[in-house]
Design a binder for this molecule. Structure first.
Ligand code: ACO
Length: 244
């Protein structure tokens, strides 16, 4: 925590920040207890890779100690497992709250759950060695950590089908071109680039930023007429707060 900025660092670099159910419940807890003053949340990974995705031990019969495995889950009631997935997704969903702007600082590999964690954030600033890969379909799975909707919204349906159903790698130049990344910088400049973006984001009025994000998030689901009405409602509240 640093005033209005919270930084979450995946800190298992020796295992390329592989994620487990414990990672996702820790993320959810951070979301639940995020201090009200926070305006920007930065999500980053220590070491050469942002995150190499789910801990592959989950696919072994032994699983991750204390967290089970997919073979034990397969033997359990389907509804139980769906509930567990919902809990895991809670670790990702809060990053879209209107009250904050979330930034993923992504270097090296962002595979599977790692790609989806980057997609869970509002903005992605990436190093030039970044490689995104939605590996799930290659492993017989679907991306289920909230990544499919933001991916389609960012790159369009055709490109999302291409990226997911081939499980191919998207490098920095393509990520920039198709709208996955806001900015590409040399690896050594990633922290500085994120700091610059944070400064820009904190330079606007807090309440106006929250209301504007709420408007932008709702825009796709509304008609132009409905969106215009929503703009008017938000603006009336702003004028009242500023001049009332
Ligand atoms: N789960 C558990 N351990 C991992 C994972 C992972 N997803 N990824 C890497 N590691 C471990 C390796 O086993 C290795 O451990 P060790 O030093 O004890 O042998 C260490 O991290 C370093 O990995 P390397 O493979 O040596 O690193 P390198 O930089 O050469 O390669 C890469 C990185 C490409 C990410 C490679 O590790 C890899 O392909 N990992 C698996 C990616 C994957 O399939 N993820 C699942 C996606 S699907 C999903 O997320 C739902």
């Amino acid at each position: 925590m640093d005033g209005e900025i919270a930084t979450i660092t995946l800190a298992r670099p020796d295992k390329r920040n592989a994620q487990t159910f414990a990672t996702w419940s820790a993320l959810a807890r951070i979301g639940e207890s995020l201090p009200e003053q926070v305006r920007v949340v930065v999500v980053k990974g220590e070491g050469p890779s942002f995150s190499a995705g789910i801990d592959l031990r989950m696919f072994t019969p032994e699983g991750v100690p204390g967290q089970g495995s997919f073979s034990s889950a397969a033997r359990s009631d389907g509804a139980d497992f769906e509930q567990r997935i919902r809990q895991a997704q809670a670790g990702f969903l809060w990053l879209r709250r209107p009250e904050i702007v979330s930034i993923a600082a992504v270097q090296g590999h962002a595979i599977g759950a790692g790609f989806q964690l980057a997609l869970a954030c509002d903005l992605r600033i990436v190093a030039d060695d970044v490689s995104f890969c939605m590996k799930e379909p290659a492993l017989g799975l679907v991306p289920d950590l909230t990544g499919t909707k933001p991916l389609v919204e960012l790159v369009g349906l055709a490109k999302a089908i291409d990226i997911c159903l081939t499980a191919r790698t998207v490098h920095a130049d393509e990520a920039m071109r198709i709208g996955l990344a806001e900015r590409v910088v040399a690896g050594g400049d990633l922290d500085q680039a994120v700091r610059e973006k944070v400064t820009q984001l904190l330079s606007t009025n807090r309440d106006a930023a929250v209301a504007t994000k709420r408007l932008l998030q709702g825009a796709r689901a509304r008609t132009l007429e409905e969106q215009s009405v929503a703009e008017g409602i938000e603006q009336a509240a702003r004028i009242k707060a500023l001049f009332g």
